[in-house]
Design a protein around this ligand. Structure first.
Ligand code: PEP
Ligand code: MG
Length: 573
């Protein structure tokens, strides 16, 4: 039977493929007594050997698809699988106590994990994480339960999951994963943002996708309208194939704007930049005619691995991006971990409200070694292009001053060591906490630029978790409350002769673009796939004409009223 699920259209486009369910397997283990201990040891050894073969395959595949550094983690897992310190006690439990293999493995592994996790030593804590992962695989093999592995997918699929973490998303194989749908999540959760930069359709927050879609079922994703069609009739498939072709033709048509400067109909030039998460994302930026990078989310360099990246690794990544952008501006944001972006290996305590917690600059100002390593890598890379450094989640002026002081201290140290550092690095901040928007006039005296992070600014202003689909109606970029804050930030920057950009998802939205142009925004930074539609829109808009309506728009009562007005006045074809 065919069904239609509705969710939040998180990344436009249409995908038609079979469903691949990504779910945590049930690995519940009961204690049993075995009669034939020898046979049980053999069953255990067979599971170890099967797990070894699987991990070798995954390692080789990861090396090919994602690079040697991403494969290292599986190398570490293989070491655990061959470690007699772990395996011998398991076998002893089987032979001496008559325990079943699953139980013996779990008990032994739990003992090591607890021991290693309690040590005040980062290396040992990482080993605990390795043991946990490997144990899962061995137990799954003993129970004959499959562990879904998205990095091994080798046919076209649509991923169906309860949720995807940003690091799950980063590991999706772009060749075969044609789209994804999740039960939870909002338009600005990071997996949704990544789908846009990977240019794959996504529908999030469907609430029921996992209950309604079985493995292998044919699924159509409509990432613009937020629809998931399960098991559609052949006529519907045909209809969507046509829509898909039309969407692709529209994208091809936009290619004519790749090398065109972004100048409005009345001659105001703005910068259309892109948001990236990895150096590889620069390909999409160049293909789509990005005039710079307005947000490099460096936290992805820290994710999907089991230890911090070294200064050298970071230096190479930053240098690559700067060189490939050939002197165009590159705004690199320092580590913004926390919220929905976790680093398990830092072993931070779980928090009640992670989006309001110990994250981003708050964490960096405390974990100074980690922060200074990043700052040094950035400073060393600065001579290879046009680097601008940006601090995330600034709530107070003291935080900005402290972060900037550390940057300058590291600069002085490097220069004393004889390392060249650019003297032209601009230092700015994200405006994503209402306190900093309200105080923008004060901040503007000390920063070189602002970049408005509306994903967080909206969630904090409306007090609505950006990950929670139940409150997603409060993600209201056109709410006059948000527009007034944005105006304050832009005006404050201009008053001090500074520039103001926006790197939240709002910057690429059809309705926001005319409003932001009218308010005088200087730089718009968005997913690479939104650049060409944005440019084609700006070329037809007149900044002067729109700005005459600024006051009227800011005085409107509701987001709905603003949207209707903008669509009617500026977007009618
Ligand atoms: C934002 O908050 O708007 C932003 C761009 O940062 P992130 O989405 O990474 O929180
Ligand atoms: Mg943010």
């Amino acid at each position: 039977m065919s069904k239609i699920l509705t969710g939040i259209g998180a990344s436009a486009g249409i995908a038609i493929a079979k469903a691949f369910r990504l779910e945590e397997p049930n690995l519940h283990v009961d204690k049993k007594e075995v009669a034939d201990k020898e046979a049980e040891v053999q069953r255990f050894e067979a599971a170890i050997s099967q797990s070894t073969t699987e991990l070798q395959k995954i390692r080789d595949h990861a090396k090919e698809e994602l690079g040697a550094d991403k494969a290292d983690i599986f190398e570490a897992h293989l070491l655990v699988l061959s470690d007699p310190e772990l395996l011998t006690p398991v076998k002893e439990k089987i032979t001496q106590e008559g325990a079943n293999a699953e139980f013996a493995m779990k008990e032994t592994a739990d003992m090591f994990v607890t021991m290693f996790e309690s040590m005040d030593n980062e290396y040992m804590r990482e080993r605990a994480a390795d043991i946990r992962d490997v144990t899962k695989r061995v137990i799954a093999n003993l129970l004959d339960v499959e562990i879904p592995n998205p990095s091994m997918i080798a046919e076209e699929v649509i991923i169906v999951a309860e949720d995807l973490t940003p690091s799950d998303t980063a590991q999706l194989n772009r060749q075969f994963v044609k789209g994804f749908t999740t039960n939870i999540g909002g338009r600005t959760s990071h997996s949704a943002i990544m789908a846009r930069s990977m240019e794959i359709p996504a529908v999030v927050g469907t609430k029921t996708a996992m209950a309604e879609i079985e493995n292998g079922t044919l699924v159509i994703l409509d990432g613009k309208d937020g629809k998931v069609l399960v098991n559609p009739e052949p006529a519907v498939v045909k209809d969507y194939e046509e829509k898909k072709a039309a969407h692709e033709a529209y994208k091809a048509e936009l290619a004519k704007f790749v090398d065109v400067p972004t100048v409005s109909a009345d001659g105001r030039q703005v910068e259309l930049a892109a948001n990236i998460g990895t150096p590889e994302d620069v390909n999409g930026v160049l293909e789509n005619g990005g005039e710079g990078i307005g947000l490099y989310r460096t936290e992805f360099l820290y994710m999907g691995r089991d230890q911090l990246p070294t200064e050298e690794e970071q230096f190479t990544a930053y240098k690559t991006v700067l060189e490939r952008m050939e002197g165009k501006p590159v705004v690199v944001r320092t580590l913004d971990i926390g919220g929905d972006k976790e680093l398990p290996y830092l072993d931070l305590p779980k928090e009640m409200n992670p989006f309001l917690g110990f994250r981003a600059i708050r964490l960096c100002l405390e974990m100074q070694d980690m922060f200074r390593t990043q700052l040094r890598a950035l400073l060393r890379a600065s001579t290879f292009g046009n680097l601008k450094v940006m601090f995330p989640m600034i709530a107070t002026l003291e935080e900005f001053r402290q972060a900037k002081a550390m940057l300058l201290e590291e600069k002085t140290k490097l220069e004393q060591e004889g390392t060249a550092v650019s003297d032209a690095i601009e230092v700015g901040m994200m405006v994503e906490i209402p306190s900093s928007a309200v105080m923008a006039d004060v901040f503007a005296k000390e920063v070189d630029f602002f970049s408005i992070g509306t994903n967080d600014l909206i969630q904090y202003t409306m007090a609505a978790d950006r990950m929670n689909e139940r409150v997603s109606y409060l993600y209201q970029p056109y709410n006059p409350a948000i527009l007034r804050l944005i105006k304050m930030v832009i005006d404050a920057a201009h008053k001090e002769g500074k520039w103001a950009g926006m790197c939240g998802e709002m910057a690429g939205s059809e309705v926001a673009i005319p409003i932001l142009l009218g308010l005088g925004l200087d730089e718009f930074s968005m997913s690479a796939s939104s650049i060409l539609p944005a440019r084609s829109a700006i070329l037809h808009l007149s900044q002067k004409e729109i700005s005459e309506f600024n006051e009227q728009i800011l005085r409107m009562d509701t987001a709905e009223e603003v949207e209707a007005f903008v669509r009617n006045k500026f977007l009618k074809k």
